[in-house]
Design a protein around this ligand. Sequence first.
Ligand code: DGL
Length: 240
Amino acid sequence: MNNRPICFFDSGIGGSTILKEVIKLLPNENYIYYADSKNNPYGNKNKEELFEIVSNAVDNLLKYDPKLIVCACNTATEVVLNDIRKKYPDITFVGTEPAVKVVHDKYQDKKTLVITTKGTGESERFKALFNNYKTPDCTLIEAPLLAGLIENNKDPYPYLKDLLKDYKDIDVVVLGCTHFPLAKDAIKKILGDVTFVDGSVGIANRIKSLLKENLNDNGRSINIISTKKDVSETILKIIS
Ligand code: DGL
């Protein structure tokens, strides 16, 4: 048994869509969630800025002696996680990537739209992943303002209505940012009854398999750190 915490970070509330799945699978763990709303959106930062921001988040989490750190952010994973792993070689990190492989494995013949942040869409690591798993009818678009709207509790519908106006008959939408599952209702209003794909279940399984004998069997606490206004209430609602 290992009761050290599993730590998460993201540019705010988005990563709690991953935390929710992890708690479902591993309900007896202690969790610390670092909501870096002060630096939202990560998706519009350059690589150097993002490396500093993520290093700062990791340094804050190291104080809690984590057994594993989840980078609950596609953008940070794609843009800087390789370099962060080199900077902290003793720490186990789990990253988050847009679930294009799920589409490749399950929805080959479907019309698919992959929506990412600007940072993810333009990163070399994601481009390689996308080109590797791209299905015949698959389109990639960036939604540079969406994470910020969601983080600031603004209605994403008008922005999405304009962004998605040219897309018809979509079957599958890959939510390539951990904030985007929080806009599912608005996306459905525009595109209809699509199937959503995100990486959260895969990440929960990956954490379980990595921890093996280091799982906890009698913990269960959730501690939320907010770098701007307190977002604990919102996060607790998302994971409930
Ligand atoms: N939630 C993050 C992601 O998965 C970051 C969004 C942002 O801050 O731009 O990419």
